[in-house]
Design a protein around this ligand. Structure first.
Ligand code: GDP
Length: 534
């Protein structure tokens, strides 16, 4: 991560209090439940039911479609803001299913930190590992929440060892669990020397907290049975000896993760975690851009689009571009420059995602996430500034790994298919290629489930049944080089050529041999598996 130099002037207070983060986890570890509790503590209880609805909708494929139909929910849950302890938290949702990883990767470019949720009985699972690797690439600070401690879970040292070994990151206990499963009493808060006791009776209640003078404090005995207390004292002593101590800089550098133990469903451990994010989590960080990086404290506003969601209301073909503000203080009505097209855009109706409701944003600061309704001008990777030609870098684009032909079920409606596919291409949900010869489209995705989701969305949002069928091609390569050479190449390879939704030429093949041959015979041309987003 780009670091703010240590002697940089402090950020303006409104920016300094912002914490923009995502939750990474394996399905079922408790992300939805934890989100719900964040909102509960953030004073937005009415939101909890909506998040729950979303979490449950994710369980099955058909329900997922149902959720997509109800775009209002899924959108307001794409980014959520809430206040707690003087901090403004911006929680950006990452899609749950592994087939939507592209979206997830991009989301992680819009946050300054991640909360990793693991299930205390299962430890580090595959999806957590994958997402962690992405965070690692960006040196994102990671705070860990070990959930479901009210159930039989693994030995505390085992869990910590597993994280250290599998993820190659130092782990420091921020809290230490007392008892396990039915006997789980709560935690000893190692950072604040407090005993936190879980109230099983009321899941929405803030846990009882007992202030202590060290582990030997006689008050301990009043609350913890002797056998558990002995074990706790032993374990904490061992942990202090064997495990790294908490170190705020280590967390910010992404080399050390503090771990809290808790039970999201019992609202236990959540407040301590939120405290930790607030106190130790990173402030809004500088953003990599060309020709220069963007610092959050700059007076002028700059932001970038990391996600586009279309057809939130099927009656209007509107889209919402999710923008992370990289710098400045935004006020509603501001005119910003859309750097890619060099056109001014008046941002008159941006949406902030305050947990209590979707609200029209009057203002926003560096670190915040805004939704900007638009008619397709805003694309993933676009930068908005007050005039300077800055382009944010590092929004990843993925090589489509699976290609299929897409045809309209009703040939009379082929024109609509064109429109629908272009829209999904702009949303970043798929790569769409129009072959130079022949009819139909070739669609490229990263995960197979995406074809089903696309087919369902096209039917739902455009009333158009479609068929996906195997394609004779398996790889797509974008062509770079002198324009005339690319055109000349295309003329002699028409059967292999297509254009993407920007009109750029793409070479399609099923043989690596073909790609090698082109590179040998056409030295002026370069083929790439991704097209860097402009
Ligand atoms: P997600 O898939 O990561 O969003 O997970 P959910 O939040 O939907 O939780 C998955 C399941 O675990 C649900 O049935 C939750 O009720 C349950 N769950 C979540 N947190 C806890 C917890 O602290 N203890 C127990 N016993 N169950 C939990």
């Amino acid at each position: 991560m780009l670091d703010r130099s240590h002697n940089a002037a402090p950020l303006p207070p409104e920016i300094a209090r912002r914490r923009t983060f995502a939750i990474i986890s394996h399905p079922d570890a408790g992300k939805t439940t934890l989100t719900e509790k964040f909102l509960l503590y953030g004073g937005a209880i009415q939101m909890a039911g909506q998040v729950r609805a979303k979490g449950e909708a994710r369980r099955t494929r058909s329900d997922f479609m149902q959720m997509e139909k109800d775009r209002g929910i899924s959108v307001s849950a794409s980014a959520m803001s809430f206040d707690f302890g003087g901090y403004r938290f911006n929680l950006v949702d990452t899609p749950g299913h592994s087939d939507f990883s592209e979206d997830t990767y991009r989301t992680l470019t819009a946050v300054d930190a991640a909360v990793m949720v693991i299930d205390g009985a299962k430890g580090v699972e595959s999806q957590t590992q994958k997402l962690f690797e992405v965070c690692r690439l960006r040196d994102l600070p990671i705070l860990t929440f070990c959930n479901k401690m009210d159930r039989e879970s693994r030995d505390t040292f085992d869990i910590i060892d597993e994280i250290q070994e599998n993820l190659a990151i130092d782990v420091t206990p921020a809290s230490w669990p007392i008892g396990v499963g039915r006997d789980f009493l709560g935690c000893y808060d190692m950072l604040n020397d407090r005993l936190e006791l879980m109230d099983r009776a009321d899941r929405n209640k803030v846990a009882e907290s007992v202030r202590l003078q060290g582990l030997d404090d006689p008050k301990m005995e009043e609350h913890v049975p002797a056998h558990l207390l002995e074990k706790l004292r032993e374990e904490v002593e061992m942990a202090r000896e064997l495990l790294p101590a908490f170190d705020a800089q280590g967390l910010l550098d992404g080399v050390l993760t503090p771990i809290w133990f808790g039970s999201a469903i019992n609202s236990f451990g959540v407040r301590e975690l939120m405290d930790g994010i607030g106190r130790f989590g990173p402030q809004p960080q500088p953003q990599k851009a060309s020709p220069r990086q963007i610092a959050p404290e700059e007076e002028k506003v700059a932001g970038f689009v990391f996600k586009v969601q279309a057809n939130m209301d099927p009656k209007h073909r509107d889209r919402v571009a999710f923008v992370r503000l990289a710098s400045g203080h935004f006020k509603r009505g501001m005119k910003l420059t859309h750097v890619r097209t060099k056109k001014p855009m008046a941002i008159t109706n941006p949406v902030l995602f305050l947990a209590s409701d979707r609200e029209l944003a009057e203002e926003a600061w560096a670190g915040d996430i805004m939704g900007i309704p638009n008619h397709g001008q805003l694309r993933i990777g676009d930068t908005l500034t007050e005039g300077e030609a800055l382009r944010v870098q590092g929004i990843p684009s993925f090589a489509p790994e699976l290609l299929q032909n897409c045809r309209a079920g009703d040939p009379m409606k082929a024109k609509h298919l064109d429109k629908a596919l272009m829209q999904f291409a702009e949303e970043g949900a798929a790569k769409v290629f129009k072959p130079m010869l022949g009819a139909g489209f070739i669609v490229g995705v990263v995960g197979a489930l995406q074809f089903e989701v696309l087919a369902s969305r096209i039917e739902l949002e455009y009333g158009l049944p479609v068929r996906f069928e195997p394609s004779q091609f398996t790889s797509a390569r974008w062509m770079h080089g002198p324009k005339d050479k690319i055109e000349a190449f295309a003329q002699v390879n028409k059967g292999h050529m297509a254009r993407d939704n920007d009109g750029d030429l793409v070479f399609l093949t099923r043989l690596q041999w073909d790609i090698d041959r082109v590179e040998r015979d056409w030295p002026e041309l370069t083929l790439t598996a991704t097209k860097e987003m402009m």
